[in-house]
Design a binder for this molecule. Structure first.
Ligand SMILES: [Zn+2]
Length: 110
């Protein structure tokens, strides 16, 4: 067997060697899907929290993967990115409001 294609042992369809599950019958083709290390997960979540827009793309890349763990990691990354984006926007607006209030205070408060 070559590296590019395997044959599903259940339904004997040719499948890509990258697949964890047979697209034809759903059989698990690899005993252990490559686990995402804790370090990579922490890195992704940190990226999502601290640099919100940058977490979105790797999150989507993980969500479309076959492995359930990758999907979960991708979903968590996207959710964290969205929460962080909302918080960042809210923080900027709130700081901007404070600034405007101070300006108003300085202009009209005396
Ligand atoms: Zn199959």
């Amino acid at each position: 067997m070559d590296n590019a294609t395997n044959v599903c042992p259940v339904c004997h369809q040719a499948v890509s060697a990258e697949y964890y599950f047979c697209p034809n019958c759903g059989n698990n083709l690899k005993e252990k899907p490559k686990a995402i290390s804790a370090l990579i997960q922490i890195g992704l979540y940190a990226l999502a929290i601290f640099l919100p827009p940058l977490g979105l793309w790797p999150g989507i890349k993980y969500v479309i993967k076959k492995s359930p763990q990758a999907k979960r990691v991708g979903l968590i990354t996207i959710v964290l990115t969205l929460i962080s984006t909302v918080l960042t926007v809210w923080l900027i607006f709130s700081l901007f409001n404070d600034y405007l209030n101070q300006m108003n205070g300085a202009l009209y408060g005396l």
